[in-house]
Design a protein. Structure first.
Length: 255
């Protein structure tokens, strides 16, 4: 594709030791990690906002980082962008035997299970199907991916009621730990409760990370309303009691 080839040429020019950009030449694979992650989250924000214009730009920024990393690898004689493309093409063909071979699957869940089993066979150095989930992932996404992989081997409840019962069980255990003032156990039980709630979200096909973000945004908007209310009425919010704040909160909910 002409545009993709042009991006590769631009990056090569930016990285030219003699005539290239000083900033681009200074970068290393490690130095660009934070920028890479930031661009990924900006793309996710554009997806969540359903902003096509922003998403088209952010995907371009992500593409830049991929080409940037590949260019630095090529300079170090490790691999190039063609190797990257060949590997993903080969992987997609291998992991979709129901499309490119004669394997039969019934639905999307069957595709997911097949993908995980093929992946486990390919990654022979991994001892478990749960290996390979990046530890740097946000905790809710990490929990959901862990549950998905376990479910691919049948370790999952068939229905929703047992999942809700598990949440209730974890909540009771948390209450007991709070009553006993067991600090370490309290932390563990809160983690177990969150893990169980993520499991419910997964079973309901709800993105737990997105759901929590939405609730946090809602809380932020309502709290902004409270702050604006006190500023508008020239009152000190820090002198307000909880009962009064709760009344303004109810007003915020109506707005």
């Amino acid at each position: 594709m002409k545009q993709f080839d042009q991006l590769i040429e631009i990056m090569a020019r930016l990285r030219d030791p003699e005539t290239g950009c000083p900033w681009d030449n200074k970068q290393t694979p490690m130095s660009l990690r934070a920028n890479f992650i930031e661009e990924l989250y900006e793309a996710i924000e554009a997806i969540e906002a359903d902003d096509a214009e922003a998403l088209s730009e952010e995907l371009g920024d992500l593409m830049l980082h991929i080409v940037f990393q590949a260019r630095m690898a090529e300079e170090a004689q490790r691999f190039d962008i063609r190797t990257v493309l060949e590997k993903i093409n080969d992987k997609l063909i291998r992991r979709h035997p129901h499309i490119f071979a004669d394997t039969k699957v019934e639905d999307a869940e069957g595709v997911k299970q097949n993908w995980e089993l093929i992946k486990k066979r390919e990654k022979k150095h991994r001892k478990s199907i749960l290996d390979g989930i990046p530890g740097s992932m946000p905790a809710l996404i990490h929990a959901s991916r862990t549950q998905e992989k376990a479910a691919a081997l049948g370790f999952d409840w068939d229905d929703i009621p047992p999942v809700i019962e598990k949440i209730e069980e974890e909540l009771e255990e948390l209450k007991c730990a709070l009553k006993a003032q067991q600090e370490g156990q309290i932390t563990m039980e809160i983690g177990d409760l969150l893990f169980s709630v993520v499991n419910l979200a997964r079973k309901l096909n709800i993105d737990a990370e997105a759901a929590l973000k939405a609730s946090t945004r809602k809380f932020t908007e309502r709290f902004h309303f409270i702050e604006e209310y006190y500023e508008k009425n020239q009152k000190d919010i820090r002198r307000a009691g909880l009962e009064e704040l709760d009344e303004i909160w109810e007003l915020a909910k109506k707005h």
